[in-house]
Design a protein around this ligand. Sequence first.
Ligand code: URP
Ligand code: ZN
Ligand code: ZN
Length: 465
Amino acid sequence: MAFDTIIKSGRVVTATDSYVADVGIAEGRITAIGQDLPQQNAAKVVNANGKLVFPGGVDVHTHLDMPFGGTTSADDFETGTRAAAFGGTTTLIDFAIQYKGQPLRKAFDTWMAKASGKAVSDYAFHCIVTDVSGGQLQEMNSLVSEGVTSFKLFMAYPGVFMLDDASIFRALQTTAKNGGLVCMHAENGSAIDVIVQQALAEGKKAPKYHALTRPTTAEAEATARAIALAEMAGAPIYIVHLTCNDALEKVREARDRGLPVYAETCPQYLYLSIENFDVPGFEGAKYVFTPPLREKWHQEKLWNGLKCDHLQVVSTDHCPFCFKEQKELGRDDFTKIPNGGPGIEHRMSLIYSGGVAQGRFSANRFVELVSTTPAKLFGLYPRKGTIAAGSDADLVIFDPKRKHTISAKTHHMRVDYSMFEGIEVTGMPDLVLSRGQVLIDGDKFLGRAGQGKFLRRSTYSQVNG
Ligand code: URP
Ligand code: ZN
Ligand code: ZN
């Protein structure tokens, strides 16, 4: 048996197993896992002794090159996938946006053109649906057959992205039939809008009012409503960027009843809190994203939710805007601050560090949260999300002891600040491979723009039964 590469003597960690072995790679796939694979048959041997070997990270929530809030997110598909790779993430699912009145096809074509020739690692798309008054429900079926098998709907941002309950229900009925999955932005946008207008009328315009006008109750109410609509439609549902215990309780209750309800949280909600707004002047704009940061006590509830499988996925919601000139658009009015934060690069290390190194959960659970479950829910498994014969050789050789202090001075995202500035993590990727090709070796990027491929995904129901 001939190999292009053997990863030798690392501790292979999947969602279920952990053992020392060699991993043999040929033509971009894993072709053998075993003891003492024959090195004379390998073009290259990488010594992983003392290191962990993880499947490449799968981040199912990113916004690259996305027009939003009067500007465009600062990372495109080249800089974003490159920064992701530095952190061990080798597959992204980004969002193609259907604007009101447009066919879904236009969204898909537009985002395919943004990624093509740029992405350094593999990518797929969800489609954001903002209008179902034309033939869009039928179009959801066509997109599913082309590998776009999930759809993001909004219960917030009235007048921009928000859908009414009838439209949401019809979209859920559509995925119940075609096997796809709805991802829900769950906040009560109508109530929030009233609170926002009242705050502005009272002259409350600083960045922290973005958070103070979006209560946890608005998130919990919408989460419960989304779950109820999905239950009535007979559809599974995936709640995106869950931030607080109130919403977590709604998900937990639904799962206890056996409903196919899933939720993700993001590193910012595990590491940051409303206290981050206690900074001088306009600096708080760095933490303006939606849903907002919460009181600190929610963090431990979310970590516990990850441990106990009340939450199934950690994604980033990477939506970077530079402080200068982009966040500054809202200097005089928090509603004009483009919503979003940069996080694509540090997800794996932040979750390994806070989860495994700090003893909250096992390395297997870490792999499940950042790679295996996202790949399963979104129709990429077993090609992505595990280390098995036949899977793509997307691998991370991870040093569980290496410490790193996160800083905008050293990160690779195209943005002029870090949400996690000064936080020290334990555990960093040494080597990152995408389909057998080395993308990252230490601090060197060895990939090239355009080598990433579009992934046609299976449906939720094809993979999850
Ligand atoms: O503030 C955020 N999260 N921006 C991205 C859009 C979204 O709702 O995910
Ligand atoms: Zn959202
Ligand atoms: Zn998002």
